[in-house]
Ligand binder design. Sequence first.
Ligand code: EPU
Length: 451
Amino acid sequence: MSSVLTVRGGVPLTGRVKVRGAKNLVPKAMVAALLGNEPSVLRNVPEIKDVEVVTSLLQIHGVTVLKDPVTGDLTLDPQNAKTAPSTAIDAHAGDSRIPILFCGPLIHAIGEAFIPDLGGCKIGDRPIDYHLNVLRQFGAVVEKRPGGIHISAPKGLHGTKISLPYPSVGATEQVLLAATRADGITELTGAATEPEIVDLISVLQKMGAIISVQTDRTIRIEGVKELRGYSHRALPDRNEAASWASAALVTRGDIYVAGASQRDMMTFLNTYRKMGGGMDINDDGIRFYHQGGKLNPLVLETDVHPGFMTDWQQPLVVALTQAEGVSIVHETVYENRFGFTEALVRMGANIQVHRECLGSVPCRFGQRNFLHSAVVSGSTQLKGTDIDIPDLRGGFSHLIAALAATGTSRVTGIDVINRGYERFTSKLEGLGADFDVQNSRKSTPAAQISR
Ligand code: EPU
């Protein structure tokens, strides 16, 4: 059952939203609980689809997951972990990309893992070759089976030297989750160092792991025989915070993002300021606002941390349609993350996408026919239209474009947004957005929440 939003644009979003634990950390910390010999407690857990998927996958593997009805904190007890029926695992095929991170913890807990075919946003090919190569280097045997991949380690997992061809977030996490209880020392070079990875390392250290991170993208893990449980508060979702910050600029609004953390968003904050966005940084959150004058165009390149995060790109491109002049955006992390601009062009934006690397440094996608650079000319008045949401960040971007546009937009496929934005329709309502939610199957209003 899918929902449809009817959005009447032109209202500046004003008010306060709260961001909770990061989508790109929380499900992984939940998987890490499998490595312990006693229960773990995870706090600041958002109600999003990936948390549901991982809860279910853990439960079918015998992990007890209890949710505090008041705080939403999770207690995860792995002491009865067991092999899951393949039909139960298959039911999660295509739901998420997180299941690939179950490999190491399941091998340590029960000696084998079956991973269903993965889901996640269609923003490029998103292969898992780095993950499988890493696992093989630890001594795992990887077999393709109908509906997924079977992984075993007849001789256990052994520490090793690994060099990643690109600082992949997921592959770095794969190494961390496999290496902490592997026999011996693992040295990973070319690692990703995103704040969510550092938070996962904090979780593992609380469990008893020995992990050091050097400034040259080298991570060294000394394997230990046993890990205990952890008690951890997940770091806040900097990607959701940046999305609301862009929404404030696009709609000429003023949004206080409670929970936003300056430390994890420095590169975004510099960019926002260069564009002319207003911000007041407090201990418990950040106020983002349109200052009334013109917005400045930018030359921007996405990159791995500490560069400008790819997940910030799509909402910010909508804001760039409102800047005076020509902006250039070079996407170097995913080869296909500009598909969402097609709907923006239909709404009146002036955006051309190019195969060439329009940034300062040629990237992996330069000579390979991927439309991975964009030229945005502004400012343009956006007009409402019909939109079918393609992926998580692209979908949020379409939504804020519709909220800024003149006229009415009909937005389908909004359930994709629930994957990463907790209760986003309630948050929009609190910010004064003018919209209705309908259930598309019955096509009668299910929840009238317009103002
Ligand atoms: N890559 C490979 N082979 C692999 C793994 C990755 O070629 O085996 C490539 C990818 O195709 C991509 C690049 O390496 O071009 C980087 O991918 P990475 O592994 O870093 O991404 P990920 O772990 O799959 C996470 C986030 C993404 C975020 C990226 C980059 C989660 C669940 N997802 O994905 O979040 O964009 O890191 O920071 O943590 C989002 O939140 O909207 C989102 C897509």
